[in-house]
Design a protein around this ligand. Structure first.
Ligand code: 13P
Length: 242
């Protein structure tokens, strides 16, 4: 089973969300497809998606409800039809000043309510240059999972330098990062089966297959190309090829 998740980020209107969702066919056999629109477009997307494509959120609150102005909780996301939430995306780490402690609380909020967290980790360009990629990835995973019993989880390896730059990781970079992430999850959860691990960062139809054929990824977390129906459909179709 390959997994393709589209992260629309802060893009789209009601009309654009409806048009994009209506242009998506049901996923090919053996491919699990989820789209993550902005929160205010979840309902528009829900009404326009074909059967078989699931809804996700780009973030989730650490709290379950109450006097927390602006927060959107895991129960609310489930009520809106989401099955998963991205947690710890690098844009939230950098722009929202989220640290691993907060990200860990968000994972636990997902687990309390049965929402699947997709934990995003990745090194910056500076960390890559100074050779600390492996240590950064292992530390991000280790700190977030510390003390948590095994629970449903997908991982996403998203090198920060590859996001939105057009400069994707090589399949070798991908394979190495995913191996480090898998080892870190196995260290936190020694008895648990391996968790799916996606690759994200400048994924498009011409490079995607290399990430699962040679890069060891279980699928892709797609940003910009998920806003282009033809490109996103092509990636999903390629994920279904043997
Ligand atoms: P791009 O595919 O636009 O590089 O974005 C990747 C990403 O951040 C997905 O979460």
């Amino acid at each position: 089973m390959r997994r393709i998740v589209g992260n629309w980020k802060a893009n789209g209107s009601t009309a654009q969300a409806q048009a994009l969702c209506a242009a998506l066919p049901a996923p090919p056999a053996g491919v699990d497809v989820t789209v993550c629109p902005p929160l205010c477009l979840l309902w528009a997307a829900r009404g326009s998606l074909p059967p078989g494509i699931r809804l996700g959120a780009q973030d989730v609150s650490r709290v379950d409800g109450g006097a927390f102005t602006g927060e959107v909780t895991a129960p609310m996301l489930l009520d809106a039809g989401c099955v998963l939430a991205l947690v710890g995306h690098s844009e939230r780490r950098q722009q929202g000043a989220e640290d691993d402690a907060l990200i860990g609380l968000k994972l636990r909020a997902c687990w309390r309510h049965g929402l699947l967290p997709v934990l995003c980790v990745g090194e910056t360009a500076a960390q890559r240059r100074d050779g600390s990629t492996d240590a950064v990835l292992a530390a991000q995973v280790g700190r977030v999972l510390a003390g948590a019993p095994p629970a449903p989880l997908w991982m996403a390896y998203e090198p920060v330098w590859a996001i939105g730059t057009g400069q994707a990781a090589t399949p070798e970079d991908c394979a190495r990062g995913i191996a480090v992430i898998r080892a870190a999850v196995a260290e936190a959860w020694p008895a648990a089966p391996p968790v799916p691990c996606l690759y994200g960062g400048s994924v498009h139809p011409a490079n995607c297959a290399a990430f699962w054929r040679e890069g060891g990824a279980d699928g892709a977390l797609v940003g910009g190309a998920s806003l282009d129906a033809a490109a996103f459909v092509a990636i999903c179709r390629l994920a279904g090829d043997a």
